[in-house]
Design a protein around this ligand. Structure first.
Ligand code: ADP
Ligand code: MG
Length: 422
């Protein structure tokens, strides 16, 4: 693996760096930013309530590049545009608005455009940022010249990659076209590194490729928990579906000391034990797999529950207490997935209790997953943890949900495998 940090003493003024980031933040977060909200940078690595970690945590890589004189072209996706199959190639993407169909296409495109990031990033980086539209990407020679002729340290943002059909198909031709805009590729989007997309995988065939500063942090922290973790190693798994997490659970069955189960996942275990779960969320097809897991004494299930209208919606107080005691003794913790239906405050208590126990613990902890990290941030913020003590609690907030689970399942992520290609 080649790390961008290894270029720290280099002058990069001759480089045009294509930097793959993940700007896939929610519309709510985006609106907050557009209202002029300037994020707080704290010492906890982004544990502030309103800061979308995704954005905050990639600033060091952008700054690293511009401070060394490089020109930066940011590549990212946002959302899941439904129109992608109708757009054959990037050059055609901005074609005529003549018929109704193309009007609809443009509406969806605007919703998911990366254009708002121009303003947001220029505030954060205190410099003008340029936007490259799909039409400009179509006129690739002209755009290449524009980037080449820009001053050192210029930053460009390319329109949402998923608006181009080649991206999710890992299309080589499209990747080559993208690659022709620069001479160096940097992946700082761990959260998409499990996806075989053109801007993550195919592009590395055409450019010398490096892992960015955030990706380096991810790899170092996750591999620290995977290889020779300090024991006791406690895994906490919750969330909606066990099918998403089974790979990671199986991979840790031997190495972990305890696997604490909560959320909808626990319901599938109860169903496998033939306990009545009423109308609770569970996965029927996973019962045979779960039955095998039940043979392990490392699997710890809730001992009491919060129930409403025949639905199990959270772990109970006794369970939260029991789990917190195990967490207190842990030296390494990995947590993914809430303990209950956190969208309703009344059923977020179990999850909050776990977050508090982890913050209190002295263990090296990794927390990942969209909902899980958002609760973790809220709890950390509510407790007003000053930077120092937060650092002591050694919590690493992973930027990857699915990517983190695949990594922890022992899979080789396609976007990481290719970073030593050229
Ligand atoms: P993450 O985004 O942190 O990876 P998941 O996406 O796996 O987590 O799961 C989060 C979702 O699981 C939340 O929307 C939450 O409401 C749901 N969930 C957890 N436990 C339950 C439960 N007992 N009943 C219904 N939904 C649940
Ligand atoms: Mg989720």
């Amino acid at each position: 693996m080649k790390y961008l940090s290894s270029l720290k003493d280099k002058n990069l003024s001759k480089q045009i760096c294509l930097l793959r980031l993940d700007f896939n933040i929610t519309n709510a977060d985006l609106r907050g930013y557009q209202r002029g909200f300037i994020p707080r940078i704290n010492l906890c690595g982004g544990l502030t309530r309103k800061t979308p970690l995704r954005l905050q945590s990639v600033l060091p890589t952008i700054k690293f590049l511009i401070e060394r004189g490089a020109k930066v072209m940011i590549l990212s996706h946002r959302g899941r545009p439904k129109i992608k199959s109708k757009i054959p190639a990037c050059a055609k993407a901005s074609a005529g608005r003549k018929n109704q169909k193309s009007k609809i296409q443009f509406k969806i495109q605007n919703d998911l455009s990366l254009k708002p990031f121009v303003k947001i990033l220029s505030k954060l980086l205190k410099k003008p940022i340029h936007f490259i539209t799909l039409k400009e990407l179509g006129l690739i020679n002209k755009t290449r010249e524009k980037i080449k002729n820009s001053p050192a340290g210029s930053v460009f943002v390319l329109e949402n990659l998923r608006l181009m059909a080649g991206e999710e198909k890992n299309n080589k031709k499209f990747a080559k076209q993208l690659a022709s805009l620069g001479n160096l590729y940097i992946n700082d989007a761990f959260s998409v590194s499990h996806r075989k997309n053109a801007s993550v995988v195919a592009i590395t065939e055409f450019l010398s490729s490096y892992a960015g500063l955030l990706l380096e942090e991810e790899i170092k922290n996750l591999s620290r928990a995977m290889k020779n973790p300090k024991k006791p190693l406690v895994i906490i798994v919750g969330g909606a579906k066990i099918s998403d997490k089974i790979g990671a659970i199986k991979n840790f069955l031997k190495r972990a000391n305890y696997i604490l189960i909560g959320g909808g996942i626990a319901n599938t275990f109860f169903a496998a034990q033939k306990l009545s779960i009423g109308k609770s969320l569970y996965e029927k097809e996973m019962i045979p797999t779960v039955k095998k897991l039940l043979k392990s004494r490392k699997i710890i299930l809730p001992i009491d529950l919060a129930i409403k209208k025949r639905k199990i919606l959270d772990i109970g107080l006794e369970t939260a207490k029991k789990y917190a005691e195990i967490i207190e003794k842990a030296k390494t913790i990995i947590w993914n997935g809430p303990m209950g239906y956190i969208e309703d405050k009344r059923f977020a208590k179990g999850t909050e209790a776990i977050a508090q126990a982890i913050i209190k613990s002295q263990a090296f902890s990794i927390v990942g997953g969209g909902e899980t990290t958002s609760i973790m941030s809220k709890v950390a913020f509510a407790k007003q943890i000053p930077g120092g003590s937060c650092q002591k609690s050694k919590v690493f907030i992973s930027s990857g949900g699915g990517a983190m689970l695949e990594y922890l399942a022992g899979k080789k992520l396609p976007g990481l495998k290719t970073l030593n290609n050229i």
